[in-house]
Design a binder for this molecule. Structure first.
Ligand code: PLP
Length: 357
């Protein structure tokens, strides 16, 4: 049992915070002063500590680098106008982390190690949680096989680390996306539902090809017959068809997105009908042709909501109608922001409040 206050803590000699322009944060550029670190070896956790963020010294032979036992999460903490700091949906991220670890034959990270380590790290680096509207502290928990040897095998040693970094509002321009009919991101029975490194590495090639054709992202379709819509890049996909919110069910080839789940809950709060059901490319194309598809957007931690302006199906670009603040995606995004920032009651118990050190 680890208690947050008992985690050994070595502070940085000099904070790097003064080097950061908190008003102009670029996603992924800045990393906060400290990291949480834990070592696993043959069933035992040790070296648990919060220490200055720094390079690691590792053997080039560690198994994670070669055979891909790497798993991560992406979550966010927010600073409310009253100064309080909250972490969004810790439980759901933790459960997904466990599911990913299990799929990759990696040991579970105990609950207290995850929760207490993250809470303490963020309370220590509380000054790194930005205040500006729309900005947040991105939290990256991850684990990888650190056993040094070669030969394909399940590792016996791992490192679990959490670091964080301030990120600004994500002003993504409306996306041009292409329904992918040749390449596959994940197959039935594969690792698509796990947040493991290989899923991302494997998706770069088709995504690069789509970028060369002028698209921002691909819409992945099922690996068996390219018949049904799955997800996109680092986002789940949601649509509004005939006034109803439609999104594919999660499966072993789709990541169970926390934003998707939150937006489905908010759709019910806002009185929208939501249908979680398979959506075929044929239905999508027919709805686009008939002007029945009112909205399409990606849902994910980084962008929250990323509106889609153009969908290419079978080589044809379909333009989506213009939207305003009354669009479902904009209302859902606003409500989610208000719930996180404490402007609306936390009726779904999504926010964990952190006390600064
Ligand atoms: C492949 C993939 N799908 C969907 C998502 C959206 O999930 P979440 O809303 O939990 O960030 C992500 C981002 O984490 C992702 O990497």
């Amino acid at each position: 049992m680890i208690h947050a206050d008992a985690i050994p803590f070595t502070p940085v000699k000099e904070s790097r915070l003064s080097q950061v322009d908190m008003q102009h944060l670029e996603f992924g550029k800045y990393i906060s002063d400290h990291m949480y670190y834990a070592h696993y070896d043959h069933g035992k956790w040790s070296d648990i500590a919060i220490r200055p963020f720094a390079d690691l010294s590792l053997s080039p032979s560690i198994l994670g680098l070669h055979y891909g036992q790497t798993v991560f999460e992406g979550m966010k903490a927010f600073r409310r106008p009253d100064g309080q700091i909250t972490i969004f949906r810790m439980d759901k991220h933790y459960q997904r982390f466990l599911a990913s670890l299990d799929r990759m034959c990696m040991p579970p990270v105990p609950e207290d190690l995850f929760y207490d380590g993250m809470s303490r790290l963020i309370s220590i680096d509380a000054a790194w949680v930005p205040e500006a509207d729309g900005s947040s502290l991105y939290i990256r928990p991850f684990m990888f096989a650190s056993e040094a040897r070669f030969g394909v095998k399940v590792a016996e040693e791992y490192l679990f680390i959490i670091f964080t970094g301030p990120v600004g509002p994500y002003y993504a321009k409306p996306l041009r996306v292409k329904v992918e009919l040749d390449y596959v991101r994940a197959a039935k029975g594969g690792t698509g539902y796990a947040k493991c490194g290989g899923n991302y590495g494997g998706s770069y090639y088709p995504t690069q090809k789509a970028k060369e054709e002028g698209f921002d992202q691909v819409i992945w379709t099922d690996g068996r017959a390219h018949e049904f819509i799955e997800e996109s890049g680092t986002m789940n996909l949601m649509f509004v068809i005939d006034g109803k919110v439609v999104t594919p069910p999660t499966s072993d080839s789709i990541l169970d997105g926390v934003t998707r789940d939150s937006i489905l809950t908010i759709a019910a709060d806002l009185g929208y009908d939501a249908e979680v059901r398979p959506l075929s490319i044929e239905e999508l194309e027919n709805a686009l042709k008939a002007g029945r598809l009112q909205e399409a957007f990606g849902a994910g931690t980084a962008a929250v909501v990323a509106p889609i302006a153009v969908i290419n199906v079978h080589g044809h670009d379909y333009e989506l109608p213009a939207w305003d603040d009354n669009a479902f995606m904009m209302k859902a995004k606003q409500k989610l922001t208000r719930m996180r920032m404490g402007f609306e009651p936390d009726v779904h118990d999504w926010n964990t409040i952190i006390s600064p050190m």
